[in-house]
Design a protein around this ligand. Structure first.
Ligand code: BTN
Length: 275
C-alpha cells in the first residue's frame, strides 16, 4: 500500500525484484501524494541522492509537462483503477550522446502498451504516444548535473517522468484531447500496467545508455505518426515529414531543403491540427 494511501496494490516488491538484476540497488516506492514525481527525484538528486529508483504517486498536486506546462491527472480513484498512472524513473546514465532518449523511452512504452500494434499506439516525435491523434502518454525527461571529476562520459542522474491515461478523462484545459487505455483494454489498471512497463523500460533505457538511439530508430519508424505527413513547426516553418534520423532528429523537407530538427528547438504538429 502507498505511504498514507489508498487500497491499491502496486506490486512494488515484484517490480523491484525484476529490475534489481539489471540495475543493482534499485528500489520501487509508491506514495499517496507528492507535488510531482519528477520534482521530487530532482530534489533528491540535488541533495546527493542519486540511487536508481522508481517513484510512483497516486496523486500529484503540481504535475509538470514539457515546455513549462502543467500536467493534470484525471479525477482520483474511488475504486481500484487509479485512472492516471504517474511515475518517474531516476537512475545514473552515461550515454556518449543523449539525443533520442525520449524517443527510445517512447518506443519502449508503445511496444509494451500495445505489443501487436492492434490498438494503433503511435509515436509523435519527440515525446508523445498517440492513439488516433489523441494523446495517451506524456514523457518529461530531466537531468541533474554530473559530479565533477568523474569518468568520461560523466554519468548524469536522469529523471524520466511518465504519465499514462488509464481510465476515461475530460479534455478540459488540454492541448490535444486525450486517449486512454481502457478504450481498448477495459480491465487495465494502473498497478498492472506499471508492472508490465517497468522491467522492459529499464532494459531499454540501459540499452540506450550503452548504444544510443540507433538501435531504436527502426522501431520508432514502425510507429512514427508524423512520417509522410505535412507538418508545421512552432517557428512557422512547414514541410513534409520524412521521419526521424539515426540520431533522433526530425527530418522535415521545407522550401529551404531538408531540415533536421532537434527537440528543444521547436514543437511540431500535423498540418490542420491546433497547437
Ligand atoms: C508532457 O506531455 O508534457 C509531459 C508530461 C509528463 C507527465 C509526467 S506524470 C509523472 C511525472 N511527474 C511530472 O510532474 N511529470 C511527469
Amino acid at each position: 500500500m502507498a505511504a498514507g494511501g489508498s487500497a491499491l496494490r502496486w506490486h512494488e516488491e515484484r517490480i523491484a525484484a525484476a529490475v534489481a538484476p539489471l540495475l543493482p540497488g534499485f528500489a520501487a516506492e509508491v506514495v499517496a501524494e507528492v507535488d510531482s514525481t519528477n520534482t521530487e527525484l530532482m530534489r533528491r538528486a540535488r541533495a546527493g541522492r542519486t540511487e536508481p529508483v522508481l517513484l510512483v504517486a497516486e496523486r500529484q498536486t503540481a504535475g509538470r509537462g514539457r515546455l513549462g506546462r502543467p500536467w493534470q491527472s484525471a479525477q482520483q480513484p474511488d475504486d481500484d483503477v487509479a485512472p492516471s498512472l504517474t511515475f518517474s524513473l531516476g537512475l545514473p546514465l552515461a550515454p556518449a550522446d543523449w539525443s533520442g532518449l525520449s524517443l527510445a523511452v517512447g518506443v519502449s512504452l508503445a511496444e509494451n502498451l500495445d505489443p501487436t500494434g492492434a490498438a494503433r499506439v503511435g509515436l509523435k516525435w519527440p515525446n508523445d504516444l498517440w492513439v488516433d491523434e489523441r494523446k495517451l502518454v506524456g514523457i518529461l525527461i530531466e537531468t541533474a548535473l554530473p559530479h565533477a571529476g568523474g569518468a568520461a562520459p560523466a554519468p548524469r542522474y536522469v529523471v524520466i517522468g511518465i504519465g499514462v491515461n488509464i481510465g476515461a478523462r475530460e479534455a478540459e484545459g488540454m492541448r490535444t484531447p486525450p486517449a486512454w487505455m481502457r478504450q481498448w483494454r477495459p480491465d487495465a489498471t494502473s498497478p498492472a500496467v506499471l508492472a508490465e512497463l517497468i522491467p522492459p523500460l529499464v532494459r531499454d533505457v540501459l540499452a540506450f545508455g550503452a548504444r544510443g538511439f540507433a538501435p531504436f530508430a527502426e522501431r520508432f519508424a514502425a510507429r512514427d505518426v508524423l512520417r509522410g505527413r505535412e507538418v508545421v513547426l512552432s517557428d512557422g516553418r512547414a514541410g513534409l515529414c520524412e521521419g526521424v534520423s539515426w540520431t533522433g532528429e526530425l527530418q522535415v523537407r521545407t522550401a529551404e531543403g531538408l531540415q533536421a530538427i532537434v527537440s528543444d528547438e521547436v514543437s511540431v504538429r500535423p498540418r490542420g491540427m491546433a497547437l
